[in-house]
Design a protein around this ligand. Structure first.
Ligand SMILES: NC(=O)C1=CN([C@@H]2O[C@H](COP(=O)(O)OP(=O)(O)OC[C@H]3O[C@@H](n4cnc5c(N)ncnc54)[C@H](OP(=O)(O)O)[C@@H]3O)[C@@H](O)[C@H]2O)C=CC1
Ligand SMILES: O=C(CO)[C@H](O)[C@H](O)COP(=O)(O)O
Length: 462
């Protein structure tokens, strides 16, 4: 009998199955796509059992069965659960490792609980390579069931620089998929920030792709170290197979998305979470598809690049990245309150330290900030990030200004600057918005000098 089962043997599922097997557990694999199972069979390994029917798969597993569903999110997950249910026994454990919407996970948890099946909604990050060599895992749901599968998950997960596995119980029902959704939102934010920095480097700094690759590689050796910065350097260096150019100059500048970043924005709207950088990153992908390309405006010729351009870009990049993380953690804090979850932000930061797409040096400082103060309301209230803000703010302003003068849009860098100018500002002008609302709609307002709700008779009734 096999100890673990994986359904869906595409990019992620196959590598996760191999990863579990490589850590000493026997695995059965199944997919509705026969060639995916055939690919598993080619390993000819007794601990990696290919199965070709739902029955063969389920019957090959020891009880309580531990099954990872690693398939396209949405309807296919419901269809898969529907196929499995008649074949399972009470006490079996289903883990959905796809990028499922947390609302679906909440619903599935409740439906499966009623049938005596334990359900874990688990965010997985690390892409194809991470799935094989160690992903970051974000499991939420049935805590007792988590304890049953923890030895397997801890073995397969990435390890932090101090050897901690990048997995830990997140919380009930959809909380694991929520945290993965936030991870992806932060990912969108950092990717867009890097893209804007690249735009300033190439347009204002007039650096070649190889020079920019070197600049990002250098930044990756310093405080701004991050997987996304490391791969930016590699993307810039890559030559094209079809021409003699660098591939980056032939990739169409329209960004796609599968939707996890969009979901984060949807829930931010529901919660009232001010995730401006992440929102701008989502909208920038829409903008890249909506931009009119038939009549390009002549680009303004930027003035000579200042001598400290690269130094200021590094500082601006670092501070804006800190804002992207801050907004992610801020939304998780609001979600925990709204959905009655107890989230441990230091553990979440630790889980993201290795294996996942947003892994970076900064996550160690985020973990330390939450360890020192688990009730931290905003990362910039922590001494470390307060100092980052003080040291890097003028560079961020300088870069946003240089970009504006050069005609370079900087939706996320500007949003980061505006966030930092707003979040601790007691003098925001929304008293005017409230006055206007009360004027045209009698919507009432609160006063800053006494409690209660007020309305002004702004004009005489005719
Ligand atoms: N790729 C990545 O970097 C990451 C992906 N994920 C998530 O992991 C999951 C798997 O991703 P990935 O490996 O990239 O592959 P895909 O998201 O492309 O999903 C492909 C797998 O889903 C199966 N599938 C599709 N429809 C059904 C269905 N109705 N019933 C059963 N199986 C079905 C496919 O079988 P078939 O070939 O027959 O269609 C195939 O095995 C997704 O939820 C994804 O969002 C998470 C982190 C990173
Ligand atoms: O979950 C992931 C990484 O963490 C996936 O790669 C996801 O598909 C990325 O999102 P998008 O396709 O919307 O850019």
């Amino acid at each position: 009998m096999q100890q673990f089962g994986v359904i869906g043997l595409s990019v992620m599922g196959k590598n996760l199955a191999l990863n579990v097997k490589n850590h000493g557990f026997s695995v059965s694999g199944f997919s509705i796509d026969k060639p995916e199972v055939d690919a598993l069979a080619k390993y000819e390994d007794k601990d990696l059992k290919p199965t070709y029917t739902w029955e063969e798969f389920v019957n090959s597993l020891e009880k309580p069965r531990k099954i990872l569903i690693q398939i396209m999110a949405g309807k296919p997950v419901d269809e898969t659960i529907h196929k499995l249910l008649p074949l399972l026994d009470k006490g079996d454990i289903l883990i959905d490792g796809g990028n499922s919407n947390f609302h679906d996970t909440v619903r599935r948890s409740r439906e499966l609980d009623a049938q005596g099946i334990h359900f874990i909604g688990m965010g997985v990050s690390g892409g194809e390579e991470g799935a094989l060599n160690g992903p970051a895992l974000m499991p939420g749901g049935d805590e007792e069931a988590y304890k049953e599968v923890a030895p397997i998950l801890e073995a397969m997960a990435a390890k932090t620089p101090t050897g901690q596995p990048c997995v830990g119980y997140i919380g009930p029902e959809g909380s694991g998929h929520y945290v993965k959704m936030v991870h992806n939102g932060i990912e969108y934010g950092i990717m867009q920030i890097i893209s804007e920095v690249y735009d300033v480097l190439r347009t204002v700094g007039r650096y070649s792709n190889d020079e920019m690759s070197e600049i990002f590689a250098n930044w990756d050796k310093g405080a701004a170290q991050a997987y996304l910065i490391e791969i930016t350097s590699k993307v810039l260096k890559q030559k094209d197979d079809l021409t003699n150019d660098h591939i980056i100059d032939h990739i169409l500048n329209e960004a796609s998305y599968k939707g996890t970043g969009n979901w984060m924005l949807e829930d931010a709207i529901h919660l009232g979470a001010p995730i401006t950088v992440i929102a701008e990153a989502v909208l920038a992908r829409f903008m890249s598809k909506a931009t009119f390309r038939d009549d390009p405006e002549p680009k303004i010729d930027p003035a000579k690049a200042p001598a400290d351009l690269v130094e200021n870009l590094e500082k601006a990049l670092y501070l804006a990245m800190a804002v992207s993380y801050t907004q992610g953690f801020e939304q998780m804090t609001m979600a925990a309150q709204a959905y009655n979850w107890q989230l441990h932000y230091d553990t979440i930061a630790q889980n993201w330290e290795a294996g996942c797409i947003i892994r970076s040096e900064m996550l160690q400082d985020i973990k330390s900030a939450y360890r020192s103060n688990p009730d931290l309301k905003n990362l910039f209230k922590a001494p470390f990030f307060d100092k980052v803000k003080k040291n890097n703010m003028s560079a961020l302003k300088e870069i946003v200004q240089i970009a504006a003068e050069a005609g370079i849009p900087t939706p996320t860098l500007s949003a980061a600057l505006n966030y930092l100018e707003s979040i601790f500002n007691p003098h925001l002008p929304q008293n005017m918005v409230q006055g206007q609302r009360d004027y045209f709609g009698a919507h009432t307002y609160q006063r800053n000098d006494r409690p209660g709700t007020f309305h002004t008779e702004w004009y005489e009734e005719k």
